[in-house]
Design a protein around this ligand. Structure first.
Ligand SMILES: [Fe+2]
Ligand SMILES: [Fe+2]
Length: 257
């Protein structure tokens, strides 16, 4: 299997996860910009280049981590602004791209989360296990449900069985997201410990997210062999599998990273 999310959770590994996330978004978006939008294509290309350079530096594990975070944060903020500007134009039907508006918003939210994780790393603050798992569930379960919608978006309609399977999983993750949202307000601050209800929910999310990761990786294999009829970017499924892995691992470790 080509999947490589065995990243070490040292400072470089954490920075690399987030930088690669935004770098991949830039590459995926690049495929969906019309040739009528040369300026946007060029601005996005510039972002891919910048994020790619930071990603390479991160992988080499030689640069000073605090300088790397600074650089990664600047590049991510700039990319986030480009996406926000494009989404605004898209909502006014003023740009020719094939990326759905909610997918732009999805990428914007991940860019924003990137910046807040970098700030957390810079501050050296620790988040309590209850706060961390409530945050991770609330942020990532929406992203997981979104991923399933985008898998549908790219899958050709001729994949009837697969569409049914994806629809069922979407419903499951939408429900999990609603429950995460309910727990987020029911379990109020200060959250001194992981209550039994929160623990049971975390365990359920870990189990379902591991299954979702496995499903994404199976589909990733098919897409890479061109054996599934889809217009998905070839490594999109690997990207979203990595995010599923990230969620269940953070829940197991009870951290935001
Ligand atoms: Fe992503
Ligand atoms: Fe995502």
């Amino acid at each position: 299997m080509p999947y490589t999310d065995n990243y070490e959770r040292d400072i470089y590994g954490i920075i690399a996860f987030w930088v690669q996330n935004n770098y991949d978004h830039g590459r995926f978006f690049d495929r969906e910009i019309s040739h009528h939008e040369m300026e946007l294509a060029r601005a996005n290309q510039h972002m891919i280049q910048r994020l790619g350079t930071v990603f390479e530096k991160t992988k080499s594990k030689t640069a000073d981590p605090s300088k790397l975070i600074d650089e990664a944060q600047h590049a991510t903020r700039e990319f986030q602004s480009l996406l926000v500007y494009t989404l605004d134009k898209s909502l006014r039907c003023d740009v020719i791209i094939s990326t759905p508006q909610s997918l732009l918003d999805h990428m914007i939210r991940e860019a924003e989360e990137t910046v807040s994780v970098f700030k957390l790393l810079q501050s050296g603050n620790r988040v309590s296990p209850a706060d961390a798992t409530i945050h991770e569930n609330y942020f990532w379960l929406r992203q997981m449900a979104d991923h399933l919608s985008y898998i549908s978006h790219y899958l050709d309609t001729s994949n009837y069985e697969l569409h049914d399977q994806v629809r069922n999983m979407t419903k499951k993750f939408e429900n999990l997201f609603l429950q995460a949202n309910a727990l987020r307000t029911m379990i109020r601050h200060p959250r001194k410990e992981i209550t039994p209800a929160l623990n049971a929910f975390n365990q359920m999310v870990i189990k379902e997210t591991k299954a979702l990761e496995a499903f994404k990786l199976e589909l990733d294999d098919l897409i890479k062999q061109c054996a599934a009829v889809t217009t998905s970017p070839p490594d999109l499924l690997e990207h979203v599998a990595r995010e599923a892995h990230h969620l269940w691992r953070n829940l197991e470790d009870q951290v935001i990273l």
